[in-house]
Design a protein around this ligand. Structure first.
Ligand code: KIV
Length: 274
């Protein structure tokens, strides 16, 4: 368990020392407490909230208010992890003023440390403004769920753009950058090119400075499509269904609640009732 508050400086130091950085998503207080107890370095309140928790078909409908609501819950369960709030679709694309306002909402209303936003060179001016204003930024390049859906950077131009984007984001002041669905050798090259910005991979091989997974994927909460890059460390779907089936059977058989789950009243009191 991380016993010291993880800060932006800690993440930079971990990159310098080559110490792998762990990040996981969380959306509520219980998961936040559990992943803190496990000792994770960073929690991302991802806009994957839309698919994972709210049942939308994509991340597009997720609003700032929904992100703030869930980030507050995560912060109530957080002890030492560095919490990153994910800027949802159209909370930062329309103007720098909107973006600054929405990023500030994360820090002021939830108490989280940093914000994440998707994009390469096009968001560099915004990353500069945010970091100058004291808002730590985690960038996100490669497959960006708010845009397209394929492994990124496979041809020379796209691969070179990824390296150039990463360097520009680092120069703009981002302290970390998620690399999503990037060929492993390219992600390792991007990572080696960067001096201060830690790369956090998801589907980007093990040459990144750290890794991130969506908590529900890692825990096997749902059945259905699971990306190739996910390793399931548990099968909470089956555990949940089995547990609820047992509960239903107990209730139907009147074996739950048992005496140990039941409150008592004195017979003398009971007898006086009419
Ligand atoms: O929203 C999210 O959970 C993310 C991760 C996939 C990195 O952006």
């Amino acid at each position: 368990m991380a016993n010291k508050q993880v800060t932006v400086a800690t993440i930079k130091e971990m990159k310098q020392k080559g110490e792998p950085i762990t990040m996981i998503t969380a959306y509520d207080v219980a998961m936040s407490r559990n992943v803190n107890e496990a000792g994770v370095d960073m929690i991302l309140v991802g806009d994957s909230l839309g698919n994972v928790i709210l049942g939308y078909n994509s991340t597009v409908p997720v609003t700032m208010d929904e992100m703030i609501h869930h980030t507050k819950a995560v912060m109530r369960g957080n002890s030492t992890a560095l919490v990153v709030g994910d800027m949802p679709f159209m909370s930062y694309q329309a103007s720098i003023v909107d973006a600054m306002y929405n990023a500030a909402r994360f820090l002021k209303e939830t108490g989280c440390t940093a914000v994440k936003l998707e994009g390469g060179s096009e968001v560099v001016p915004l990353v500069e403004r945010l970091t100058q204003a004291g808002i730590p930024v985690c960038a996100h390049i490669g497959l960006t769920p708010q845009s397209v859906n394929q492994v990124q950077g496979k041809d020379i131009a796209a691969a070179q753009k990824m390296i150039d984007d990463a360097k520009a984001l680092e120069a703009a002041g981002a302290f970390a950058c998620v690399l999503e669905c990037v060929p492993a050798a390219l992600a390792a090259k991007v990572t080696a090119e960067l001096k201060t910005m830690a790369t956090i991979g998801i589907g980007a091989g093990n040459g990144c400075d750290g890794q991130v997974l969506v908590c529900n994927d890692l825990l096997g909460v749902s059945t259905g499509f699971c990306p190739k890059f996910v390793k399931k460390y548990a099968n909470l779907h089956d555990t949940t269904v089995e547990a609820v089936k047992e509960y239903i059977a107990d209730v139907k058989a009147r074996t739950f609640p048992a005496p140990e789950h039941t409150f008592k009243i004195d017979d003398a009191v009971l007898e006086k009732l009419y």
